[in-house]
Each structure stands twice: as structure tokens, then as C-alpha cells.
Design a protein. Sequence first.
Length: 245
Amino acid sequence: MLRRVLLLLAICSALPAPALLAQGNAAPTIVHSNHFLDPAVIDLAKVLPAPPEPGSLAAQADLEAVRMAQSFRTPELVAWALKIDADDPFGAADVLGDWFRADNLPLCTQFLKAVDQDMRGVTSRAKSLYKRPRPFQVDPAIEPCVPRPTSFSYPSGHSTHAFNRALVLGEVFPERAAALLNWAHRAAWGRIQGGVHYPSDDVGGRLLAEAVVVEMKRSPAFRAAVEACRKEAEPFLKTGANPRS
């Protein structure tokens, strides 16, 4: 218990002061979106190519890929698309193990929330910049098997989060970095299978996530948080299971 309290203090001190708000004896709560970087420092024009022009060969190929993904859907693929749509920060349990969940890892939970909020600030800027319509808005024959988002299509927010989390968790668990990235690629494809994104949306999400993590790693607070999360996970990594079970 003492070890967990000390680790909680470590990660709270690692995050920028405005990022967390204590509520009595409860765990700190994140209150705004800038933790490890200012979203404005990401030069979108430099790190994120524009999506294919409407009517171009690349745009037609993008749409054809969505049509084909729809035609080959199975119940298993629909279930996967729905799982990815939930955008669970602990989806990487598929790679790391069942122990990787919020109730086991309060430090990692706070860390992933902060990382997600930083990423969301960048993604919203990118979507507003390009204003790309969704596949089902371009072709009425596209029938999503997940809820229809109301935001713009490029880049994919879900894919950006998947790659961002994979890269960040790869810092915490370097021995699983390659497997985490493979999982993120599969998660990104789930958005195409779901009928709500083009392949280039998902590639754009990966490029944006890579640029964001490069900037995050410049932050001493980010590096301290990574180390605190690694220490928190050590008991689970040693046993390969929930030591409280």
C-alpha cells in the first residue's frame, strides 16, 4: 500500500501543476487538456499531408477499400469494429494481459487520460483544417456497423489515439513495443471495417501520433510519468497475473 501511495505521488508531481485537481482524499482529476505539450506546437502542415483530393484516383481507391471492407464483414469483424469504437484506453490488454486494467493501475489510468487529452487537442485542429467528409457521406451505399460520428473524417481520431497509446505504452513496456504497434494497426483497420474511415484517415492518424509522441518525449514530466507507470506495473510483469487475485 505504501509503495502504491508513493508512486501515486510521483506521477502527480510529474504532471504539470494545472493538469490535476485534488478532490479530498480521492484520486486527482484531470481538469484541462495541456499536460505534456501545447497542441499548437505541432506544425500540422509539416507532419500531416493533406488527404486525397475529392475525385482523385487516390480518393477513389480510398473509397473502394471501404466498400470492399464492408463486403467482407463477418460477425467477428463487426464485433472487432464495435470494440474499437469504444476507444478503451486499456484496449492494449489484448497485448499486455488481463492485468492491464484501470483498477490495477491508477497511475497509468491518470497518465493515459492526460496523454489522450493532449492528443485530442491536436486531432481536433487537424480535423477542422481538412474538413474531410466521412465515407458514408460520400457514398450512401456505405453502411457503417458502428455509430456514425458527426466529426470530420481526416485524420481518424480513434486511430490517432490507438497509435498514440501504443507508442506511449511502448515507452513504459519497451519489450512489448512492436506488439503494441501491431495492435494499433489492427485497431486502425477496425475503423475502415466499421465504415466510418478511409485508409488514408488511419495513416494520417499514425503520422500525427508519431509527431505528438516525439514532442511529448521532450517533456521531463512525460519521462517521469513513464517511469512511475513502469514501477507501478512491475508486480504484474513479474507474476504475469493480478497479484491480488
